[in-house]
Design a protein around this ligand. Sequence first.
Ligand SMILES: [Zn+2]
Length: 506
Amino acid sequence: MGGTLSHKSLGKIQRTILTLIWIAPIVAAAAGPPVFKHSDVVFMYSADAAAYKAYGATFVAWGGASTTSSVKMHHDLGIRCTGAMWCLTAGARLLYENTELREAVSRDIEGNPVAVPWLFDHTFKGMPTYFGCTNHPAFRQHVREQVRKAMAGGADGLHIDDHLGTAGSVIGHGGGFCDYCMAGFRQYLKNHATPEQLAKAGITDLERFDYRDWVRKYAATRKEYLKIWRKIPLMDLFERYQVEAAAENVRELGELGAQIAGHPILLSANAPILHEQHRPVVKYLTHIVSETHFNASQGTTRLDDAIKTFEIARQLEKPLAATAFGWDWAHIHATSATELVRVWIALTYAHGQWFMVPHPTRQWCFNNERGTHWHRAPIAEYAPLYQFIRANARWFDDFEWADASGVQTTPSLICTVRRNENRRALAVHVINRDYDPKTDWMRPAKHVRITLPSRLAEGLGGTANLLRYDAAPQTVPIRREGGRAVFEIPEVRLWTVAGIEPTGSQ
Ligand SMILES: [Zn+2]
């Protein structure tokens, strides 16, 4: 639904119908029809029409459509679009200029503001970039104004970056100790802690409980605190409180976004769900748009974090639009390892998720030496892969996860199996991980034998259609060995999708 709809010729009545159609996936986001298609092509930030066309874009996930004209421009191209904002900080400049916002920052156990470590290079007249406190009324007001601006054009969705807000400053950075956070935690304990838990923790008077007094018994300075914070009593509950408060904030921002846009909206957050603190928010989202660990500096040897992330998204029943982390992109920027990025793209789609188009002008890179910098990802290197997906949408859309255990093949390959229950068809994705970093190229795997266990082989036809982005399609016979199905792929260079129709349909 939706991804390829053009608003160009829709009259008012049709618009109303469209709005009603869009309610359905949002209301039924957990178990209902998919909001998106597996063959969708997702841009991270907005780009020009030529880039959208080169990639066959269907959705822009991370903002760029905050005005009526930019929303219209996307809709005219058949692309759904979003407004974006973040809950991280008001930014160094506003903190410098605005006393109220300067007060509304995350504070450590000493009462000092906590700076965002990875924005060390973002200062204004000596003012660092401090974490805003999403529990403080002034900063809450500020982020709500950002939502109003982001959704003023009536975009299809709202994307929230740094959704953890204050909770992000709690985990590993020593923040979360302002008066508002303390009041919030007191309330949280009232609602969530059992009398036994409170007694065990030695809290006799919850009305006058201030967690800072408690923490100071263990650590009076940030430095001390950061050494032992995990061991301080009630810290688990404190962290849970902060994370749940952040999730509730996102839910409210989504509500506000829909109100401003005047229609139900898609709602996403940059939630790297490999980390547990990013999961509580997911229940409020229609989809996840997130940075994912691809461990670029280690070639294809450490793809397990990404694969695990895809698996968690599947279990949470939310589609995931992934990109690599800033340091992965910094590696790509420094080495021009385009083949490695193509592996990420293939791997992500093979798991039923989307890898966002490497941005032609603004792919965020970060490392300690250079801080924030930007990569221009060459369209010619990546567009053919996305065009392949668009052209073969019938082997992606409505194909859902199937258990690949028992599938036998060469160890240097990654296999996933996806099944279309309606068509009773199977798509076997075979990805080469035999990567040579020196040449930035895959060593092709020749004469690859794929054996499907009888559980998967049952009902399949006699041939497999081998699809590649860099070669013409090929058809190979499927042999039967007992109940198992066996076929051979002459060469797996980067990625082969073996599409198999059910018996009787060929
Ligand atoms: Zn606070």
